[in-house]
Design a protein around this ligand. Sequence first.
Ligand code: BES
Ligand code: ZN
Length: 392
Amino acid sequence: MRKPWARAVRGGLLSGLLVGAGAGATVENNLEAVLKLGPRVTGSEANEQARGYLEGELRALGYLTRRERFSYPRFDDLGSEVRVGARRLSGLALQGTPGGEVTAPVVRVPGVGTPGDFAGANVRGRIAVVARGQIPFAQKARSARAAGAAGLIVVNNEPGELRGTLGDPVALPVLGVTPEVGAALPEGQPVTLAVRVREGEVRGVNVVAFKSGVTQPELLFGGHLDSVAGAPGANDNLSGTLAVLELARRAANTPLAARSFFVLFDGEEDGLRGSRAFVKDNARLVGGLRAMFNFDMVGVNADPLAVGGDAGLVTLARRETPTLGTLGGSGGGSDHASFAQAGVPVLFFHRGLDVNYHRPTDTAADPRLIRETVDVALKTVDAVLSAAPAAR
Ligand code: BES
Ligand code: ZN
């Protein structure tokens, strides 16, 4: 339990001494504290730890927090590989493949794995290797199985890891590999294909923060806290999460707090799961919103800060901040889409797709850019709240 005097001390004379947590914390402190936990994949320990820490920050600012739970099925690769003697070459299980471990000689099938390609190669009882491209993964796998293969490896036709989905179930373990791993597979020699997967139910948790007594906000500020496997998610999307926390901090002792909800969404990377659950479970509240502001990837200036979404809100935001870019057609899916679908005017803040997007190198976000995003958002908020309420 927090000591009774802790909050008073944090907000008072000693606040400068207690940086790193609570009301005296900064974006810098928050970044450091959450980043060191590692990737925040929904359902993981790090994801839960990050949420616990951020809830503490929101409460220290005087907000109440509640947790809203949801669940969905997800397919996970638990670490699949090809072993060539003592060498371990990693790959990614295609989504939907069965797991399994098989040791057998490698046969390179010339081509992409059409039935004709398999007709010219003897893969019976062996591990077939084909190139990515031209036909769906499931067709390659079905043809490999029909030709009697014991397993299938699909080699990427461009640099990098192959992430793919089988689509239809096929009774054969299928692994995707980089061109380098593909080139290292020894023709005719035995290798061990180990595909380790799990199909399970994932539990996600949204955090909702609001001031005591507020049940119908006019504005909702959101950002997703989860990240993809293997990526620390500094820009995607600790940056947006901390923009929401910084907004909560700046609003805390102002009238804005009584008109706002702040939400940290989970499960975004698995298909906007958290925001969809929120919209479904809070239909009435969502129906009464004047605007939803979403922050996703605002800590790295791949492009200058831009907004997308509702035309009226974009116009207001640009009137306040003429340097704002606007988002063209496909700016990436994020949680605002769930609200837009429910008829809520949305405004999506982002700074474009940086080169470290969904990579292990997504390790840095700039606190200045996060604060600058919040400055722009607050100017827009003033304009929205002083405009006549739109009939909905
Ligand atoms: N952060 C991205 C979306 C994004 C892209 C924000 C570009 C800003 C600029 C998000 O986490 C993501 O990866 N979305 C997926 C879709 C989602 C439904 C899994 C995408 O855009 O492919
Ligand atoms: Zn994101």
